[in-house]
Design a protein around this ligand. Structure first.
Ligand SMILES: Nc1nc2c(c(=O)[nH]1)N[C@H]1C(S)=C(S)[C@@H](COP(=O)(O)OP(=O)(O)OC[C@H]3O[C@@H](n4cnc5c(=O)[nH]c(N)nc54)[C@H](O)[C@@H]3O)O[C@H]1N2
Ligand SMILES: Nc1nc2c(c(=O)[nH]1)N[C@H]1C(S)=C(S)[C@@H](COP(=O)(O)OP(=O)(O)OC[C@H]3O[C@@H](n4cnc5c(=O)[nH]c(N)nc54)[C@H](O)[C@@H]3O)O[C@H]1N2
Ligand SMILES: [Mo]
Length: 699
């Protein structure tokens, strides 16, 4: 007998698809999107269509494991749950005994975006233990700080209102790879007459399919935003009435724009002045304009300033007045459902603890003192592949005096360094509650099949670990369903009828704090104290930053001395057939992605005697990796690109792009700066015949 079970995709992606799992004889045999879901409408992306491949893949972790080899070798023997939890409790107690509870560092991110398995139970356990807190900066550190300084949090039009726009600007967002369901709404806008512009140093598939592509030098978007605002001002199109009523600091910004004639902005961005003026005039003349602001441009040393400057544009054009107008990145913060209160329930007391910035993992493991990190508990993340400055991260993970536990579904680059690996369930095997960051719906994931082997859900592992550590607070024993109910038990959810029962029945529910088809910020009401767009921010002034919207140049991109040794800027964004490093070991996904490739502009390739198919070494003082060269028009001269997070152990020489990326904070918010990275590319003398045909960009 076949049954269909409602669930949701757990991956770190704006789209959070609702899906239906078909189960036959206790096995999940097929997966399809839920046609009724208003945003994702039944279409799963290519990589998630093959999600079930991973359930019984050969690298699935099925039992607890204890290390028998050297750290990094990945040699283990099987352990029982009782033994494994005993080892973990002893390891954590040992670290706490030597250096205190803050020497324990939980390290997690969005391997699953589920609120139960992803955040709530782990947060409860590690808070109760007094462990160091993790600064969750790796993805949106700069964006979050900039949005907070400008608006008080993330705001924006409902992404479903994009078809109202007459100008759509996709800025540092690679939609066809990373937010594919939004593309339908871009096309709808275009059918209704919208002009679509992509701003990206790379000619991604998204850029190639837009009406116009503007390719600034990486890290210079802040200057571009200032130049565009200046062009709007020059055209006499600044919405002075709206600016006066709903912003703080416009007179100062207007004055600053005096220093940013279009020619200057164009020169900083390495663009033709006509391109900048052309877009500026279009912005001046076209209402409404939706700017879909991606995350790519904030993985830069001046990323927060750039993000803030772009956020200022709709205030100058008056776009917030219109349905669909404004700027949107993440819908997080515009949903009625959040995990914050459940992750730190008022009755569970916990001591204050330091915060360790996850984007500085190499530093945390090799330099941090007072106390040092003596125990590391990794879950929902694969930092040996995805963190910057990979070789230093590894040196940290190799430390003999570091006790490392990894909760994982498969044997990753990170589990290779674990003292104990604990086997985790996959999405069809556990329950979870999901909020999206690219639309306004929440979803429920009902377990469809029994866990493989001895796998357990993260939350259950944490409950058992709490017991093994002698922590017996009731909030550390709540079941997955109880946690979900606690998250939904708010006046807002009750008023909106968002209950577990209704979610279970339907799979998803709308949970936006704003109404579709409205202009929610037409009269201000931004989520900060002033309710206004803060073009000048007191908060930033207090932190010693430039309070006014402006330009912060990139560090490595703008370093002319470094450029002599490392002439190419390497950008490493998301690839279509993986989610960061997730799927990186699955045969179908690997075949689609191909080997690591580096795209070079023909002029840069010719200078180095490189042709498509050549094996090349890409490196700098931090490290290097081998890749196959692709010479094409994806990049502009002086810029190279590769995809972000292949697995190191499946790569030649065991290193990836993150062996070259810097561990340096963005200007605000402690975000990473993966794309502010200079390298040199050299041929290593191997040429592959026929590689030219195979070199399809998966961007
Ligand atoms: N298929 C797939 N989907 C994913 C992911 C994945 O790995 N694969 N990852 C998920 C995650 S973790 C995230 S955070 C999101 C990210 O999704 P996006 O917001 O799309 O972010 P990125 O892919 O990091 O970068 C987007 C674009 O920014 C460009 N970019 C880089 N530097 C600059 C710059 O200085 N200026 C401008 N204007 N553009 C720049 C890059 O070339 C890239 O094309 O996607 C999620 N979805
Ligand atoms: N060069 C470069 N590097 C980058 C970026 C870039 O743009 N350029 N982008 C960065 C960004 S935006 C991000 S968000 C990070 C993401 O980097 P990571 O946080 O490392 O995310 P993933 O690579 O997706 O790895 C998630 C892991 O969680 C595991 N997992 C999934 N579900 C569960 C579960 O229920 N339980 C347990 N225990 N494990 C589970 C998966 O098997 C997988 O190994 O990468 C960053 N790295
Ligand atoms: Mo991310």
């Amino acid at each position: 007998m076949a049954a269909t079970v409602r669930g949701a995709c757990p991956l770190d992606c704006p789209d959070t698809c609702s899906w239906l799992v078909t189960v036959e004889n206790g096995r999940a045999v097929s997966l399809r999107g839920d046609r009724d879901h208003p945003f994702t409408r039944g279409a799963l992306c290519g990589k998630v269509n093959r999600y079930l491949d991973g359930l019984d893949a050969p690298d699935r972790v099925l039992h607890p494991l204890r290390r028998v080899g050297e750290k990094g070798e990945g040699r283990f023997e099987r352990a029982s749950w009782e033994e494994a939890l005993g080892l973990v409790a002893t390891g954590l107690r040992g670290a706490i005994g030597r250096h205190g509870p803050e020497s324990v560092l939980p390290f997690y991110f969005a391997g699953t975006m589920g609120l139960v398995q992803g955040t709530v139970m782990g947060e409860r356990l590690f808070r109760a233990l007094g462990a160091s807190r993790l600064g969750l900066t790796i993805c949106t550190g700069a964006a979050k700080a900039a949005a907070r300084a400008t608006f008080g949090g993330y705001v924006g039009p409902d992404p479903e209102d994009m078809p109202h726009a007459k100008l759509v600007v996709l800025w540092g967002a690679s939609l066809l790879s990373t937010n594919v369901h939004q593309w339908r709404l871009v096309l709808e806008a275009r059918e209704r007459g919208a002009h679509v512009v992509t701003i990206d140093p790379l000619r991604t598939d998204t850029a190639g399919r837009s009406d116009e592509h503007i390719a600034p030098l990486p890290g210079t978007d802040g200057a571009l935003a200032l130049g565009l605002m200046r062009a709007v001002l020059d055209a006499g199109a600044a919405d002075r009435d709206w600016l006066e009523r709903h912003t703080i600091g416009w007179p100062e910004l207007e004055q600053r724009l005096g220093e940013w004639p279009v020619e200057r902005a164009a020169a900083v961005c390495g663009l033709d002045e006509r391109e900048v003026r052309g877009l500026g005039e279009r912005l001046a003349a076209t209402r409404p304009t939706t700017i879909r602001l991606g995350l790519g441009l904030q993985r830069h040393s001046g990323g927060a300033a750039a993000y803030r400057a772009i956020c200022a544009i709709p205030a100058v054009t008056g776009d917030w007045r219109h349905v669909g107008g404004g700027v949107v990145t993440l819908t997080s913060g515009q949903l009625l459902v959040t995990d914050g209160p459940a992750a730190a329930p008022p009755d569970l007391s916990y001591p204050p603890a330091r915060t360790v910035n996850m984007s500085r993992l190499a530093e945390a493991l090799t330099e941090l003192d007072g106390p040092p990190v003596s125990a590391l508990v990794v879950y929902d993340s694969n930092p040996a592949a995805t963190s910057a400055d990979q070789l230093r991260v590894r040196r940290g993970l190799e430390r003999d005096d570091l006790f490392t536990v990894v909760l994982e579904q498969r044997l990753t680059d990170t589990t290779d360094y674990a003292d104990v690996v604990l086997p985790a369930t996959m999405q069809p095997e556990h329950a979870d509650l999901h909020v999206a960051y690219g639309h306004h719906y929440v979803a429920w994931n009902e377990p469809a099949v029994a866990p493989a082997g001895e796998c357990l859900p993260n939350a259950e592992i944490f409950r058992r670990l709490a017991a093994a550590l002698g922590l017996d607070h009731p909030r550390l024993r709540d079941s997955d369903v109880e946690i979900a109910r606690q998250i939904l038990d708010t006046p807002e959810c009750r008023a909106a009828g968002i209950t577990l029962e209704r979610l279970r029945e339907r799979g998803w529910l709308r949970a936006g704090t704003i109404e579709r088809g409205t202009a929610p910020y037409a009269d201000g009401g931004f989520p900060n104290e002033s309710g206004k767009v803060e073009l000048r921010s007191k908060g930033l002034a207090a932190l010693g930053h430039d309070p006014l919207v402006g330009y912060v140049p990139p560090v490595e991109v703008a370093d002319e001395v470094l450029a002599e040794r490392y002439p190419l800027v390497l950008v490493s964004p998301a690839g279509r057939f993986m989610t960061s490093s997730s799927f990186g070991s699955q045969p179908w996904h690997r075949a689609k992605t191909g080997p690591a490739r580096v795209h070079l502009h023909p002029a840069d390739a010719a200078r180095r005697g490189i042709e498509t198919g050549d094996e090349v070494r890409v490196g700098n003082d931090r490290g290097s990796f081998l890749a196959e060269a692709v010479v094409d028009d994806t990049t502009r001269p002086g810029v190279a690109c590769t995809l972000k997070a292949p697995w190191a152990k499946l790569s030649p020489e065991g290193t990836t792009v993150n062996a070259t990326t810097p561990e340096r904070d963005s200007d605000l918010g402690g975000g990473p700066t993966y794309h502010d990275n200079r390298v040199e590319v050299e041929p290593v003398g191997v040429r592959r015949a026929g590689a030219r045909e195979a070199a399809v960009a998966a961007l």
